[in-house]
Each structure stands twice: as structure tokens, then as C-alpha cells.
Design a protein around this ligand. Structure first.
Ligand SMILES: [Zn+2]
Length: 233
């Protein structure tokens, strides 16, 4: 666990890391547990019991940071659904003929609104053009990039509109997922270790290990550090 040695005279031997917002001292604030967490295994969706984790609170009364959960250094922080589950569910929604947000959400045991948020979350992680350039830079084969082509015929909206269509959105999100998959494969081909599973979640884990950046699945997250993930071993 990420802890710092306490000062002499402290009641406890270790203190939480300083506040990520104001760099001020934090203190323990009880324990928290998400009882069940969904992970992706070769058998599909698997529910496991979540561990108890300590919470910390910032001392600074003017700091916007409130109580937050402290995660083990080796654990990627997520509340209920592992990022790999979100990626798998989104790909199923975009690829399987006749699939709907409701039907896929039922299959992956999540709320339909959660599944819709996962689509938006992936869309915020990278700009397609930037991700393409990164992949091109590291691909020695010069192969053309994978482009997602929805096989579903039912993605077009019923009426014409000037706004991006469902099909446009599906193509963008699907292309991002494939490019993240491609980038992860390039990492692995060059001997850069990544955890198993979908490329996007494996790259998120590498980003977390290196920069302690956490991507929250249901919020707008900072873009992935795809241009620097490669370097530094
Ligand atoms: Zn603070």
C-alpha cells in the first residue's frame, strides 16, 4: 500500500500519502468495501468479493479533496466493474447484430445507463488521429491501421439528422478500441510487459503503474498518455 512513514510521536506507524490536490497531509478515515466486483476472465464476467480498503481524508479545510479510498500499489482502482468488462461489453454492443443497450447491459449485469457511459468514457480517452499517429510510429511493418466497420445494419437512426449518427459514434468508439488493441499488441511484440486482457484495459493498467493516473469509467477522464506510455520501460 502507498504509505509514508509517520513522524515521531504519531499514534500510528504509517500515514497516508499526501493529498493529491493540495499536497497537504491526510489522515485515515475508516474503511470501505465494495462487496462484489465484476472482473473479466476466460469464462466471461466473474463476480469476486472486493477487499476492505482504507479511506483517507485531507486535513486542509480549504481543499476540495474529500475522503477517498486508498488502493494497493498493484491494484487498478475501480469501483464495481473492471475496465476490461467495460471494453468487452462495448465491443459486444457495437458488433453483434440486433444487440441493444438494454440487452447487452442485461448480459453484462450492469445498468443500461452505465453501458452508455462506458461508450462516452472510451470516446474521451484519445483522439483518433493522435492515436493513429502513435500506432504508426511504433509499427515496423507499416501495416494499415485497423478501422472498425460496424457489421450491424440497424445502427442508422430512423430520420436524417445533421448530428453524428449512432453509426458514426459506433465507428469512432469501435475504431478507438481497435487502435488501443493494436497499440497494446505493438507493446507486447516489443517485449514491453502488459497484463492480459483487452488492449485498452492493459494500457490503462500500464499508465496507472507508471503515472498513478486513474481513468474513472463513468466520468470524463484525462486522455491516455499514449505518446509516452511506450518509453521508459
Ligand atoms: Zn488536500
Amino acid at each position: 500500500m502507498d504509505c509514508l512513514p509517520g513522524r515521531a510521536g504519531c499514534k500510528q506507524e504509517v500515514r497516508p500519502p499526501p493529498c493529491g490536490l493540495c499536497s497537504g497531509p491526510r489522515w485515515w478515515d475508516g474503511w470501505r468495501r465494495v462487496k462484489w466486483q465484476a472482473t473479466l476472465t476466460p469464462d466471461g464476467l466473474t463476480w469476486v468479493e472486493g477487499p476492505w480498503r482504507r479511506r483517507t481524508r485531507c486535513f486542509n479545510p480549504e481543499c476540495d479533496s474529500r475522503s477517498s479510498t486508498l488502493y494497493e500499489a498493484q491494484a487498478y482502482p475501480y469501483r464495481t466493474f473492471a475496465p476490461a468488462v467495460a471494453v468487452a461489453a462495448v465491443l459486444e454492443l457495437l458488433s453483434v447484430e440486433g444487440a441493444t443497450v438494454v440487452s447487452v447491459a442485461q448480459l453484462w449485469q450492469c445498468d443500461p445507463r452505465t453501458l452508455d457511459r462506458w461508450l462516452g468514457w472510451i470516446g474521451w480517452l484519445a483522439e483518433l488521429a493522435v492515436l493513429l499517429k502513435v500506432c504508426w510510429r511504433y509499427d515496423p511493418s507499416g501495416m494499415p491501421p485497423p478501422v472498425f466497420q460496424p457489421r450491424r445494419k440497424d445502427l442508422d437512426p430512423p430520420t436524417a439528422t445533421t448530428k453524428p449518427t449512432w453509426k458514426d459514434r459506433a465507428t469512432l468508439i469501435g475504431s478507438l478500441v481497435l487502435l488501443f488493441e493494436w497499440l497494446a499488441r505493438l507493446h507486447r511484440d516489443h517485449g514491453i510487459p502488459l497484463e492480459e486482457g483487452p488492449g485498452l484495459s492493459a494500457l490503462l493498467r500500464r499508465q496507472f503503474d507508471r503515472y498513478r493516473l486513474v481513468s474513472m469509467l463513468t466520468k470524463r477522464s484525462p486522455p491516455m498518455q499514449t505518446q509516452v506510455l511506450w518509453s521508459g520501460g
